[in-house]
Design a protein around this ligand. Structure first.
Ligand SMILES: Nc1ncnc2c1ncn2[C@@H]1O[C@H](COP(=O)(O)OP(=O)(O)OP(=O)(O)O)[C@@H](O)[C@H]1O
Length: 626
């Protein structure tokens, strides 16, 4: 009796890529042995026998009756030089019982040989399964990495379907999302359907059963066609042969829909495909969830941007403002640097906001930096950022405004106040489109549109060598000049009404009306603080004036610190009117100073409390004694 060396067989089996190769290896190994003329593997597929591999003489003379006898008895059967050895090789589902047929004089311990071959094959198969699993995981990793970079559900679903058809060697794949309120499954991509989308009731066909039960389903070629939702095939003109469908489960096991693959190119979907699709669906559920959250965030972000853009209103109809508005509309979309000139409070920041929200950069940040408020060192760290430990107090690394505003707009206010050192660094950043954080080495590229503003005469500063000429030209591709408020005529009234409306709306009350005298006073005022001063005044009026009218006396102008000392009364008024205005203004401000305490105000004014009330009534001021 000959001994059989399993180690050689095992080594050969491990190299087999598929079942056919495995069968070939077994039969070849036998005919190499002395005394073996023919070796073959035959599989019982009633009503016939199929030779899956043979070696040696042609297999035509195979004794299939002997094979049947061996299979029925479970023992080795002999007829002349032929041996039929039933193998327990193929325990896998769908595999046929197999018999090893040997012709020759060689004698082995056939029973242990049969179980040895079966064990070797089973070991080889599990190795192959593991390596297939590892390959599938590798493919999954590559696929999910690609998914993670997709921020749009439509694209993501298409990519998922592409990945699945490739991975499972099938014709089509569709991901169904469960619209529970409408009891509908929405499948995409759906080739041949309108909008590439398929809508079916959530109880229809295989996919309906999968989402309802949470269990996967498989339809093979031989299965009853009745299980397939034939309506879909009718509509799309497609013939479904095989299906594998698994539920799409969220990480907390809620069924979100189903992942379906159709028409395996060869044969039926396998148990391996089921494991693979279940794994793929788990990643798909997470990616879909992430992408949908991202999309929701984008929608919310867009709403916020629109809301912010709507709030930016440049009120005014005087020719200078009309001209400015039309230039803003023209240059906003071009990525040009803009210099905005104008006195303090004339609306330079409003212009920067209008430019930003009318540009393609509107969804990215608009970042404002006041260059006058910071020392040179602080300004540098503010603009370019700093690394941890770059200077005392730099306990954390921080991105600069150039980095934060990248993709958007950087508004450099009070640029005329920037030191010459700061100007040099700013120029470098603008020219090279990159910055280096203070204390850092790495260059960080940035893409910002710069809008600069100043209340100074920048050209004059250039002449005086206080501002770099090269920076001046770089910032000043387009100049927009805002006139002071006193030169805007009736726009003062438009703005006053606008602010009153806006501020009263916040308090939920009807805005009071400006009387003709009040309007006259507003237009006559010099407005050293420009629109900001007007806004502040209207804010006070909106809070203090209780009635439905705003009288001239209600307009208590605040003296600007720069103005000559004296009451805030216009020149050009008759003395009686000026005295009247001065007195009401002075009394009002004194009362405001002591937060409405009239007794206290009377003391400060050196009059008796009741006399103060009398005086206020005479001046037409609201004065209710308590
Ligand atoms: N044309 C306008 N329409 C509506 N509001 C305006 C207008 N101009 C200015 N404002 C408002 O006036 C205030 C001051 O405007 P802004 O801050 O833009 O002025 P600025 O010129 O940038 O001031 P500064 O020079 O002090 O930085 C803001 O509340 C702004 O909303």
């Amino acid at each position: 009796m000959m001994a059989f060396d399993f180690s050689i067989l095992l080594a050969d089996l491990l190299g087999c890529a598929d079942e056919t190769a495995l069968h070939q290896v077994i039969v070849r190994r036998f005919v190499e042995l002395p005394g073996v003329k023919i070796a073959a593997l035959v599989a019982s597929q009633p009503p016939e026998w199929v030779v899956t591999a043979s070696a040696g003489h042609p297999a035509g003379q195979l004794q299939t009756e002997l094979a049947a006898e061996a299979l029925d008895s479970g023992n080795v059967c002999t007829a002349g030089e032929w041996r039929a050895v039933p193998l327990d090789l193929f325990k896998e589902p769908n595999s046929s019982p197999t018999v090893l047929m040997i012709s020759g004089t060689a004698e082995f311990d056939w029973t242990s040989l049969a179980s040895g071959i079966s064990a070797a094959c089973s070991l080889m198969r599990s190795r192959r399964r593991e390596s297939r699993h590892a390959r599938r995981l590798q493919a999954l990793l590559e696929i999910t990495h690609q998914w993670a970079q997709t921020d749009n559900t439509e694209t993501l679903l298409n990519r998922m379907a592409e990945a699945a058809t490739e991975l499972f060697d099938c014709d089509r794949a569709t991901i169904f999302l469960w619209d529970r309120p409408h009891r509908t499954l929405v499948g995409r991509p759906a080739l041949g359907m309108e909008n590439n989308e398929l809508r079916v009731p959530d109880t229809a066909g295989v996919v309906g059963r999968v989402v309802q039960s949470g269990q996967p389903e498989r339809v093979d070629r031989t299965d009853d066609r009745a299980v397939i939702h034939s309506q879909v095939d009718k509509e799309s003109g497609y013939t479904t042969e095989t299906i594998l469908c698994v539920p799409l489960l969220s990480p907390d096991k809620e069924t979100l829909g189903a992942f379906e693959v159709l028409n395996k190119r060869a044969g039926n979907f396998t148990a391996d495909d089921l494991t693979g699709l279940t794994e793929l669906a788990a990643y798909a559920a997470v990616s879909l969830d992430n992408t949908q959250q991202w999309e929701q965030l984008l929608v919310r972000h867009q709403l916020l941007v629109d809301e912010a853009a709507d709030k930016v209103q440049m009120i005014g109809e005087c020719p200078a403002i009309e001209a400015l508005r039309s230039t803003v509309a023209k240059v906003a979309a071009a990525d040009l640097a803009v210099l905005v000139l104008g006195e303090n409070g004339t609306g330079k920041e409003v212009v920067a906001q209008s430019l930003h929200y009318r540009s393609p950069r509107r969804s990215e940040p608009l970042i404002a930096v006041n260059c006058a408020a910071l020392t040179e060192t602080l300004l540098e760290s503010e603009l370019f950022g700093h690394e941890k430990g770059a200077f005392t107090g730099a306990t954390e690394s921080r991105a600069g405004k150039f980095e934060v505003a990248s993709g958007g707009t950087l508004f450099l206010d009070e640029i005329g106040d920037m030191s010459l050192g700061g100007q040099a660094k700013l120029l470098r950043a603008l020219e090279q489109k990159e910055v280096v954080r203070v204390g850092g080495h790495e260059t960080i590229s940035t893409d910002v549109r710069v809008v600069a503003a100043t209340n100074q005469n920048l050209a004059e500063l250039v002449r005086e060598k206080k501002f770099r000429e090269d920076l001046y030209f770089r910032l000043n591709v387009v100049t927009l000049e805002l006139p002071p408020l006193r030169e805007r005529g009736d726009d003062i009234i438009l703005l006053a009404d606008f602010f009153l409306r806006q501020l009263c709306q916040k308090q939920g009350r009807k805005p009071p009306r400006l009387t003709a005298a009040a309007k006259k006073r507003l237009v006559a005022h010099r407005w050293p603080g420009n629109v900001r001063e007007l806004r502040n005044l209207m804010e006070r009026v909106a809070y203090l004036a209780a009635g439905d009218k705003v009288e001239a006396e209600d307009l208590a102008f605040t003296l600007s610190p720069g103005a000559a000392s004296g009451p805030g009364v216009e020149t050009g008024l008759p003395l009686a009117e000026a005295t009247h205005d001065f007195q009401s203004d002075y009394i009002r401000r004194t009362i405001e100073q002591v937060r409405g305490n009239v007794t206290e105000a009377a003391k400060l004014l050196g009059v008796h409390r009741s006399n103060l009330y009398r005086k206020m009534r005479a001046l037409g001021m609201e004065a209710e004694e308590d």
